[in-house]
Design a protein around this ligand. Sequence first.
Ligand code: CO8
Length: 263
Amino acid sequence: LTEDLRIEANRAMISMVKGNIEKTHPEQHQQILNAARARSSSTLKAFDADPAIAAIVLTGSDKAFAAGADIAEMQPLTFGAAYASDFILDWSAATTTLRKPLLAAVNGYALGGGCELAMMADILYASRGARFGQPEVTLGTIPGAGGSQRLARAIGKARAMEVVLTNRMVSGEEAAQWGLAARCFETAEECVEGALAAAERIAGFSQVAIKAAKEVVNKSQETGLREGVEFERRVFHGLFGSRDQKIGMKAFVEKDKNPKWEN
Ligand code: CO8
């Protein structure tokens, strides 16, 4: 019930593979990149709508999760073009409005937009070799896809300032210690396996409960405590209207270890 989504050429997250595509497909590389970009948002939406999929795992290669937006492509961009197209919005909106859990398995570099993408995940796993960073100031700009906001919420203002202002990279181990990653695995392979195992566990639970649980935890990042607790209680009350609440509690009472979830 899980799907390993390997977006090797995600929209504007293509830096590390662009060179390879240029080498292997010199004639069609631009077409391939454009198709991959157009596909990434719609692929996520299609996975979110597919009842056979319960969770999505996003990963990259051992060298890089994603090295950020394509700097060469962004270089000539004007304010007018960026503003008119609301550059970045469609891609980040597609990622952050998923109702199913998104897990990121980060190995190697997660820089700029790559770090921002990883932070959009509901569960972020890293390996020892992961390197998170927001190097935008080295390019004369700043994070543009939520990096400054999500990083500060995840690791606190002091550390986020250091990362954003000094281009300090955060290792996988530090990411786990600081609360940016849920866990740090020894190797890249273990990290991807860990993410897939977590996705499998999620797939084994009531999907209506999973969606509601994701929604209430996310609410905590956007609201005050009283409002968040009230929201949680209302959603909790609402779940008494689901079949899965009856199925889950009946299974516990009857010591049935394998409830058949319906929604
Ligand atoms: N854009 C364009 N090309 C890149 C990028 C990039 N972000 N990253 C790497 N490359 C290219 C290199 O130019 C090089 O190309 P070539 O082989 O043609 O010379 C190739 O990838 C391999 O890179 P390196 O030779 O530099 O490999 P190293 O192992 O020495 O270093 C690094 C790897 C550390 C990843 C290094 O390449 C690097 O620092 N890259 C830039 C990282 C960066 O600054 N990222 C932030 C970009 S800005 C951004 O992401 C804003 C995002 C806003 C949101 C976007 C949402 C879509």
